[in-house]
Design a protein around this ligand. Structure first.
Ligand SMILES: [Zn+2]
Length: 388
């Protein structure tokens, strides 16, 4: 049986928004077709359920750390990245039952916020059960870091963890330029299969660039103090020059944060790697560094942007709509543009765009109803409801 839903504005994403558009869908939520109001009228379609507001496909969150969900509200804002990492190291070990319960709540929160797919960073197996029981699609990134230690045991442990996550999709991922030595980057590249995808945190703080450009700054103090400083030559170039050339070029690769990525860095990166995606986590950037990526990244015409929430350790909520609203308010990005980043681009990065990311025939992307109401002196409030 086919049913019909409509709203004041329907955003198929792959094509322009349709005023009073109509979505024809099967019982299981698969899109049969998308019609204009005129087409629906000409075809005398009846029993159209109309929603006051807009309909968008399910959101794709390309960067999360479910494992850190129990740290909600634990770390103060604006510590800077190094202060934040120190807090994570001090606070992350908690009883497993507490960690699992927090992850279940976080997963339910993402579902309620219209998120249908997540790229999730994991250091352990603890999130597997939550992901397996979830209605959300998860791709797990088994995160690796290593300084001057030999790469082989780190890779072996990572490959085992990847196997342990089976049947969930998982692949290896280096943590960040300042925490992964050249030998480990090369080893990750060797062990990346053609159907894997990869992600790395990139240029989240200004000290990351100084570390590679001059061999000085806060990372030298921090890593030196814990005896983890790796023996890499000073590059006289920004952090992106350390990791990117050593990563495999055959797989989709997501650079996350990019808060201190210059226009020259973008030019270098796009020339170096043909399958790059760039993830913005604006609310986490404001939480940790009180900063946002520059307009040359947001307004670049030839790069694929995606959105991520990061974890509840650095965000007040796991909500992609809230990330969109921050970009609208702080960076003047249009809703339509950010919606493409939040849906279709994320699905393309995760390799799941045959099902997710847009209202197109044959897809089952989730249908999210957004309704904005004026709450007087409290301003506008948008509610999120899942129709499928
Ligand atoms: Zn992260």
């Amino acid at each position: 049986m086919v049913s019909y839903v409509s709203a004041n504005l329907v955003y198929p994403v792959a094509t322009p928004p349709i005023k009073n558009g109509v979505i024809a869908l099967k019982n299981d939520g698969t899109i049969e077709r998308v019609l204009t109001a005129e087409e629906a009228k000409a075809q005398a379609i009846e029993h159209i359920q109309h929603y006051d507001g807009i309909l968008v496909p399910g959101f794709v969150n390309t960067h999360c750390h479910l494992e850190l969900s129990h740290l909600v509200g634990q770390i103060p804002q604006h510590t800077g990245l190094i202060g934040f990492i120190k807090k994570i190291l001090a606070l992350r070990q908690q009883p497993e039952a507490e960690i699992i319960s927090a992850m279940q709540k976080a997963d339910a929160q993402m579902y309620a916020n219209g998120i249908v797919a997540v790229g999730d960073i994991s250091n352990e197996l603890v999130s597997k059960q939550v992901k397996q029981n979830s209605q959300i699609y998860y791709h797990t990134f088994v995160e690796l870091f290593g300084f001057n230690k030999p790469a082989a045991p780190i890779i072996a442990k990572g490959l085992q963890l990847k196997k342990d996550f089976y049947p969930l999709k998982a692949s290896l991922a280096p943590h960040a330029p300042y925490s992964v030595a050249s030998s480990l980057l090369t080893a990750i590249s060797i062990h990346t299969q053609s159907d894997d995808i990869l992600t790395i945190h990139n240029q989240e703080t200004v000290a990351e660039n100084e570390f590679f450009e001059k061999g000085t700054g806060a990372f030298v103090d921090f890593l030196g103090a814990v005896n983890l400083l790796f023996d890499e030559p000073i590059l006289n170039q920004t952090a992106i020059h350390h990791a990117l050339p050593k990563l495999p070029k055959k797989v989709n690769t997501l650079l996350v944060h990019n808060t201190f990525t210059s226009a020259a860095d973008i030019a270098f990166a796009t020339k170096t790697h043909p399958k790059l995606f760039w993830c913005l986590c604006p609310n986490a950037n404001l939480y940790i560094e009180n900063n946002l990526p520059a307009n040359h990244l947001l307004q670049h015409e030839n790069i694929n942007l995606t959105l991520g929430t990061d974890s509840l350790a650095s965000n007040h909520q796991l909500c992609i709509l809230s990330e969109i609203q921050t970009l609208q308010a702080e960076r003047n990005v249009s809703f339509e543009q950010a919606l493409t980043w939040a849906t279709l681009n994320g699905a393309k990065f995760l390799g799941i765009d045959a099902q997710f990311g847009s209202f197109e025939a044959g897809k089952k992307p989730g249908i999210i109803w957004l309704k904005t109401e004026d709450q007087g002196n409290k301003g506008l409030k948008t509610s999120i409801k899942r129709l499928f």
